[in-house]
Design a protein around this ligand. Structure first.
Ligand SMILES: C[S@@+](CC[C@H](N)C(=O)[O-])C[C@H]1O[C@@H](n2cnc3c(N)ncnc32)[C@H](O)[C@@H]1O
Length: 230
């Protein structure tokens, strides 16, 4: 026998579900769209998530960039909450780092992180689209990007912009998720084709094994040619 109290609780629960149904299904759709786009509901949530999983990966990218451009001017495209930019500036005290991201919330968060680390003079962030970078031609010795390329609506336009802002002989290192891990990320062949069709003319694609021996990332390396001596 079902008691009167249990029946009342059941009716109240069903009533609640009916009343909240629209709201619940709206949230479920939003969450699933965010997860599909690997764009979590807030910059803060993304920041907390990457703090758990990606610090070691950023340390690896930062040490590669620091070794390549110790006193240089480096751009990060799709800089998100700024963890990599700040880590790199700490590692390379002679370096200046500019982060550009399309999300205001990410840029605010990143700027707060740089200020908190006392690095605002050397690390700045701007809102901008990789397809139309708010930056001058040939300003940077190096460009880096992690886990952003698969979001760009027109990656060919993004690579053309990265080429424009790089100095001659400058290098871009674009890391993305491996295709098997996240389908919107581009596979090695598609990245190589993208590089071949870009002003760079070619690019090298490497599998990046991290964590441990898991081939979780790809790296697209692009080199802007040195200008011919006249
Ligand atoms: C998955 S997050 C990666 C953030 C950071 N690079 C990291 O590794 O944690 C992707 C970032 O790319 C940015 N983004 C997406 N489309 C962009 C675009 N067209 N131009 C610039 N940034 C973009 C997003 O706002 C987001 O911060």
């Amino acid at each position: 026998m079902v008691s009167k109290r249990s029946l009342l609780v059941l009716i109240a629960m069903l009533g609640g579900v009916v009343l909240l149904r629209g709201r619940l299904s709206g949230s479920a759709e939003r969450i699933s769209a965010n997860v599909r786009a690997f764009d979590l509901p807030s910059a803060g949530m993304y920041d907390a998530l990457v703090a758990q999983f990606l610090e070691g990966f950023y340390a690896r990218v930062a040490s590669e960039m620091a070794a390549a451009h110790p006193g240089g001017n480096v751009l990060e495209v799709g800089s998100g909450p700024g963890r990599l930019a700040v880590q790199l500036a700490r590692e390379a005290p002679g370096m200046t780092v500019t982060g550009v991201d399309i999300s205001d919330a990410m840029v605010e968060r990143a700027a707060r992180r740089a200020a908190g680390a006392g690095l605002s003079e050397r690390v700045r962030f701007e809102v901008g689209d990789v397809g139309a970078l708010p930056l001058a031609d040939q300003e940077f010795d190096g460009v880096m990007s992690t886990l952003s390329l698969h979001h760009w609506p027109d990656p060919a336009r993004g690579l053309a912009e990265i080429y424009r802002v790089l100095k001659p002989d400058g290098e871009a290192r674009i890391y993305d998720l491996a295709y098997w891990l996240w389908r919107p990320a581009r596979g090695g062949d598609r990245l190589a084709q993208l590089a071949a069709a870009s002003p760079f003319g070619e690019g090298e694609v490497e599998i990046v094994r991290w964590p441990g021996s898991v081939p979780a990332f790809v790296l697209l390396r692009l080199q802007r040619a040195r200008e011919a001596q006249s």
